[in-house]
Design a protein around this ligand. Structure first.
Ligand code: SF4
Length: 418
């Protein structure tokens, strides 16, 4: 849109039109999306809806006056609706010079769409379909272009990153004239050559995930693994239709840490899944104590419309689900606090997100943008900019974030490579 001469605005009053990107993953997200559309209609009046919820009738039923509704991953349809209701302001070519096209210093790299699993609590496959991987040459070209344009961190995303290429039978593609298999390990190896930070998200716990740990240990990709385990009780995992060997999971975590001691493991869990007993929830807490994960999110089970888990017997009452989630987070908060405290005194490279004078907000290898903590840096070198890498010494910690001072005054790295 920027390339076509449109500008974005942070307030409804300044905008000629509002685009609302929606989520339909859980009922709370559906409600939040519908509320956001309602707010945009009240405050502005001209609203185009896009994203997952666009495939559901509920948007038109709740807000019949929206200008257009488009589905997920459908940029052309959004652009068509924008052109119809707010014609292009200028000639795209002549205006390019005046338009700020500088990308931010981190970028999401989508490698596939959809999912072949059928976890019983999830309706993503019904909204986004089965796994469709992007050709590896295309993904690599996009990654290379982003890095050339100044991106310092690539966040690999999908619904199921470790399944990359399954639908193509791991077909061999080409990048830079060289053959390259459409497979997560090979993709990570190639991305690791670009010189940017590479961070893996949504890695389903398949056995072959073990193959990327050496790449992390060698510093080719960030030692960061976002791997949703969802639960630890074999019976609940089976009801969820997830891999059920929690003991093996602990063994694998130990092996990953032996091979790559700096690895940051992020995971998500569901508390109060239908039929979960207090004993099974305790099993989950024991797993948490044992696993000592670095970053953890926990959702109280949400009976999203259309999920098969809703039909399971013995649903857990809402207040118990919430109470278990709170207990879970309390246990994790103590683990997280200790993990962060152990970093005090260490020296590490951080990527700067924001600068105000000599103070900076930055992230280390352990911190994904938006979802993890940050590093508050004092004494950043003069002229530090967002996207620079600086070396800092950690001086303090709390439950989520770290504080630091710049380790070496000349440690700023503003080159395009890491
Ligand atoms: S693997 Fe993830 S996206 Fe796929 S069905 Fe399970 S929870 Fe949903």
């Amino acid at each position: 849109m920027r390339a076509e001469g449109y500008l974005t605005s942070k307030s409804y009053d300044d905008a000629d039109l509002v685009i609302v990107n929606t989520c339909g993953f859980i009922d709370a997200a559906v409600q939040e999306s519908l509320d956001a559309i309602g707010e945009a209609l009240n405050e502005n009046g001209k609203v185009i809806v896009t994203g997952c919820l666009g495939t559901k009738d509920v948007v038109r039923e709740t807000h019949p006056s929206v200008l257009a509704i488009t589905g997920p991953h459908d940029t052309p349809a959004v652009m068509q609706a924008v052109h119809q209701h707010l014609p292009k302001p200028h000639d795209p070519y002549t205006d390019l010079i005046g338009v700020k096209l500088t990308p931010p210093h981190y970028a999401y790299l989508k490698i596939s769409e959809g999912c072949n699993h059928r976890c019983t609590f999830c309706i993503i496959p019904s909204m986004r379909g089965d796994l469709v991987s992007r050709p590896i040459g295309e993904v690599m070209q996009e990654a290379e272009n982003l890095v050339k344009a100044g991106v310092k961190e690539l966040l690999v995303v999908s619904q199921d990153t470790s399944a990359y290429g399954v639908d193509m039978k791991y077909r061999t593609g080409f990048w830079g004239g060289k053959p390259l298999r459409t497979r997560m390990t090979e993709l990570c190896g190639a991305l690791g050559e670009l010189g940017a930070w590479v961070r893996l998200h949504y890695v389903y716990p398949y056995p072959h995930v073990d193959e990327v740990i050496p790449l992390m240990a060698e510093g080719k990709i960030l030692p960061y693994l976002d791997i949703p385990f969802q639960h630890a009780s074999p019976r609940i995992l089976k009801l969820m239709k997830r891999p059920a060997a929690a003991e093996k999971t602990l063994e694998r975590i130990r092996a990953w840490r032996t091979e790559c001691p700096d690895i940051t493991i992020r995971s998500t869990f569901i508390a109060g899944f239908p039929g979960e007993t207090e004993a099974e929830f305790q099993e989950l807490l024991s797993f948490l104590e044992e696993a000592q994960l670095d970053r953890v999110g926990c959702f109280a089970y949400s009976p999203v419309e259309g999920a098969t888990a809703n039909a399971l017997p013995d649903p857990v009452p809402e207040e118990v689900r919430e109470e278990r989630r709170a207990r879970f987070m309390e246990v994790q908060a103590a683990i997280s606090r200790e993990k962060l405290r152990a970093k005090v005194g260490r020296t590490m490279d951080v990527l700067v997100d924001e600068v105000a004078g000599r103070k900076a907000v930055a992230r280390s290898a352990a911190d994904a943008p938006e979802i993890d903590g940050v590093v508050h840096v004092r004494g950043a070198p003069q002229g530090t900019r967002a996207g620079d890498k600086i070396r800092v010494r950690i001086t303090g910690s709390n439950d989520h974030d770290l504080t630091a001072t710049c380790a070496i005054d000349s440690a700023r790295d503003s080159s395009t490579s890491a």
